[in-house]
Design a binder for this molecule. Structure first.
Ligand code: AMP
Ligand code: TRP
Length: 333
């Protein structure tokens, strides 16, 4: 069986360190060992209101960010989800095989819909089924994502299993989640109990991949810690969410072993550690930022990557759809 990866990120706002450490950095690490498809999930983005002009620019910028982080357009297919109509088509068919009870358990919908559940769109509710379609359409074997997407991936596996059982054939590949690295859930720099997120009102809560060196340094300096000193071992991390988060970011970006960090910074105040952390962030993010800016000036190049990626993705998507339609008994003359 072909080892194949499918993953995606929404084209809203600026991508941040959570997107990088939870997803893109791992895509780069895995890309040589798999056939890869990386989409920009613009259909997921419109589950909440978007400004059309801004959305299409964000989609291009997300493609530029994938490339700037080290995804190889020669090997991987990079494309906007909406360019391959089969995503929506498969979603409908899968929706007809997904019990409401399964969707009612999804915590992300509960968080995003908030108290005004009746005002949320059907698209927001069906969001995880579209994500399942993204994955199952390409018979992806592995899906590298951040920890927050674990529940959605479980659902994708359940939907594939239910479909296969219903039609008594192994048509859809059951995907494996790949939640990797030292920072699978990057937390807000202002509050260690909430996830670093595009939608947080506080800009200081996250580091964007487009932040200047100075912005990165300031955000790390102001990042919340506590009145204690830097821990000397894992026992001293108990209940210290903000400290754990900064440590995880440092480990993920530097590749340094945790014991070495405890030995070097344990018992010292946070400012020494923060200086090192800021340096590591600047070293990693600075070149990505510069490359995003360069690529955004090369619109034709970006569009050519999108066209090439879309064409490659469509071939695979059409193969699966042909089998799925035949299996379900839908016309396909
Ligand atoms: P999104 O920005 O919601 O489209 O997320 C795209 C990818 O980034 C998914 O694989 C998420 O799991 C990952 N991701 C988003 N926020 C974080 C975070 N704070 N920590 C780790 N991974 C994240
Ligand atoms: N729901 C994911 C998120 O917000 C994005 C996404 C959509 C995705 N389709 C996907 C991730 C398919 C992996 C595979 O983080």
């Amino acid at each position: 069986m072909t080892k194949r990866i499918l993953s995606g990120i929404q084209p809203t706002g600026n991508l941040h360190l959570g997107n990088y450490l939870g997803a893109i950095k791992n895509w780069v690490a895995l890309q040589n060992d798999y056939e890869c498809l990386f989409c920009v999930v613009d259909l997921h983005a419109i589950t909440v209101p978007q400004d059309p002009i801004h959305l299409i620019q964000s989609t291009r910028e997300t493609v530029a960010t994938y490339l700037a982080c080290g995804i190889s357009a020669d090997d991987a297919s990079i494309f906007p989800q909406s360019m391959v109509a089969e995503h929506s088509e498969l979603m409908w068919i899968l929706a007809c095989h997904t019990p409401l009870g399964w969707l009612n358990r999804m915590t992300q919908f509960k968080e995003k819909a908030g108290k005004q559940k009746d005002q949320a769109s059907m698209g927001l509710y069906a969001y995880p089924v579209l994500m399942a379609a993204d994955i199952l359409l390409y018979q992806a074997t592995d899906v590298p994502v951040g920890e927050d997407q674990k529940q959605h991936l479980e659902l994708a596996r359940d939907i594939a299993g239910a479909f296969n059982r219903h039609y008594k054939k192994d048509l859809l590949t059951i995907p494996e989640p790949r939640i990797m690295g030292a920072a699978t859930r990057v937390m807000s720099l202002r509050d260690g109990s909430s996830k670093m997120s595009k939608s947080d009102v506080s800009d200081a809560s996250r580091i964007h991949l487009k932040d200047s060196d100075d912005e990165i340094i300031q955000k790390i300096k102001k990042a919340r810690t506590d009145s204690g000193s830097f821990p000397s071992d894992s026992k001293e991390l108990d209940g210290r969410l903000e400290v754990q988060n900064l440590l995880n970011i440092y480990l993920a970006l530097s590749g340094v072993d945790v014991q070495t960090v405890y030995a070097e910074f344990g018992g010292r105040n946070f400012s020494d550690f923060k200086n090192h952390l800021a340096d590591v962030c600047v070293e990693n993010i600075g070149p990505i930022r510069e490359k995003i800016h360069r690529l955004m000036d090369e619109q034709q190049y970006l569009d050519s990557i999108i066209q090439k990626g879309t064409a490659k993705a469509k071939v695979l998507a059409q193969d699966t759809m042909r089998d799925v339609k035949k299996t379900v008994g839908l016309c396909n003359f």
